[in-house]
Structures are given as C-alpha cells and as structure tokens.
Design a protein around this ligand. Structure first.
Ligand code: CP
Length: 303
C-alpha cells in the first residue's frame, strides 16, 4: 500500500504513468464516456482548512469513477474535540477505501497515514501541496510538452507550493528559479530535496523570471498565517508578478497560480487574466490528475 504525502513519494516512472493516465481520463470525461474504475469505493475527505478546488475535484472525481464520498471537517467531527489522530485513522480507514486530508503540520498527516489501513493523500499541509503541482505539471505538458530541461520561476512566498516545486524539479529534471523576500526563503531541509542543482535563488524577482518557461506564484499569506498578513503585505510588495516579469520570461512562457488569487497583490490582473495565463486549465486539471492518482493508489497501474 502506498500513500501520497509529498511529491517525492513517487518515482519519475510513476509520474510518467500518472500523466498518461490523467490524459486518458480527461479525454473520456470530455467525451462523456463512463470511467467507473472505482465502483463502490469510498473516499473520506478530511478538511481542517477551507477549500473550493480540492473539495470539488476530489468529490466530483470520486463520484465520476463510480464511488462515493464522506466529507468531514474539524468542526463537525470528533477531530475537533481532541480525539487522537491515530484513533481517528484506525476508525476512518476501517470504513472507507481511501482518505484525503487537508490539515496544518505535515506531521499530522504522517501520523494519520502510519495508523491507516488505506492509502492517504495530502490535500495540502503547511509544508506541501503535491496534488496541486501534479496538476500544474500536467497542465504544462498539455501546453508545452515535457517539462524536463525547462525552467520554472517561483515568485513569492517560500511556502508549501515552493517546497513541492523543488521536489518536483529534483525528480523530473527541470530547474526552479526561486525569488522570495528576505525572511521568507525556502528551507531546503523542509523541502527535502536531494541536491541544490535543481534550483537557483534570486534576490530580484525580475531576474528569476528571465528566460523562464513558466512563471508561477501563490498568495502572500497562506492559510494558517493570517496573523502575519499586515507584515507580509509590506515585505512582499516587490514580489507581484507583473507584465514586465512575463516579458522577461521566455517567448511563449506560461503563467500559473494555484488559486485563489488576489489581483493587485501577488499578481497583476493583466497577467492572470492575460493570454499567457493557464490558471483555469490548471484548476480543471486537479480533477483529472486526482482521478488518476486515486485509481493508481487503489488499483495500481492499469493497461
Ligand atoms: N489550490 C487549491 O488547493 O485550492 P483550494 O484551496 O480552493 O482547494
């Protein structure tokens, strides 16, 4: 049994399979062809933080594959009343086939997985957001082909998305140019990358974008850090993705944002709503890659 707790949990070969499978599943979805490979399977979704995309994509995806879903939050379950996470894992995993969790510390999802009888998927923690980067790379491949050898510019917070991009670059053979304000750098020990050759650090966000094939960012204040909002607004003021940064990127560079976005903060409206932006494909692709992911965790490689 495998879990998907961070991007580096899978090999490059497994990602090759998942991207191909997601393309097939997407094609069947677009042509209204049934894909009921998870008939009668049940997904438990546990949310300790808010969500739109993650909830809709996992819930719709499981139903579209013939399964069903149980939705739990901290407020409406015993998780919010201090039942030990290990006990919750033992109970929930005896009644369902697969579990998706969005929570705070990575250690919480690791503790859950250690006591689960079924696969566990990270739907976002403070440290990682592997399902999002899975969708992002699938989106890049759809628009531009293989990401191997390409350059991704990360502009903004050294957060869970940045950590996950670093792991992906390490595994799939591309480079990430990281530019964050001082004090918000990526912590290589948290990202857990094997070597520094897959990323370069830039103090100037414009320089980080020069020649990049993809420019991407995220909100300045991630969920769980709201108390730092005013300080972050000042610290991040120069880390807004602008049309000038996109012009410095490679010809045909894409723009991505995992959403939700704040126009006028981390990205200008003419970038996110402009011709280089693929944010709506990126959001939709959460559905297709996560269907491939759940199927792989439950059934292994098919065909
Ligand atoms: N990108 C993302 O995870 O979106 P939600 O927070 O809406 O799930």
């Amino acid at each position: 049994m495998k879990h998907y707790l961070q991007f580096k949990d899978f090999s490059a070969d497994e990602y090759r399979y998942l991207f191909a499978r997601a393309a097939l599943i997407k094609h069947k979805f677009k042509t209204y062809e049934k894909h009921h490979t998870l008939l009668d399977r049940t997904l438990a979704m546990i949310f300790e933080k808010a969500s739109t995309r993650t909830r809709v994509s996992f819930e719709a995806g499981m139903y579209q594959m013939g399964g069903s879903v149980v939705h739990l939050t901290t407020g409406d379950s015993q998780l919010g009343r201090s039942e030990p996470i290990e006990d919750s894992a033992k109970v929930i995993s005896r009644m369902t086939d697969i579990v998706m969790i969005r929570t705070f510390e990575q250690t919480k999802i690791e503790r859950f997985a250690a006591h689960s009888r079924v696969p566990v998927i990270n739907g976002l923690t403070n440290e990682f957001h592997p399902c999002q980067v899975l969708a992002d790379i699938f989106t890049f491949i759809e628009h531009r082909g293989s990401i191997a050898g390409k350059t991704v510019a990360w502009v903004g917070d050294g957060n869970n998305m940045a950590n996950t991009w670093l792991q992906a670059a390490d595994l799939l053979g591309f480079t990430v140019h990281v530019s964050t304000p001082s004090g918000y750098e990526v912590d290589q020990s948290i990202a857990g990358v094997r070597a520094q050759k897959s990323y370069r650090v830039f103090s100037d966000p414009l320089q980080a974008c020069e020649g990049a094939d993809l420019v991407t960012t995220d909100v300045w204040t991630s969920m769980g850090y709201e108390a730092e909002n005013a300080t972050r607004m000042q610290a991040f003021a120069s880390w807004r993705v602008t049309a000038g940064m996109m012009a410095a990127a490679a010809p045909g560079a894409l723009f991505m944002h995992c959403l939700p976005a704040h126009r006028g903060e981390e990205v200008d409206a003419d970038v996110i709503d402009g011709p280089q932006s693929v944010v709506w494909d990126e959001a939709e692709n959460r559905l297709h890659v996560q269907k491939a992911l759940m199927e792989y965790l439950l059934l292994g490689q098919l065909e």
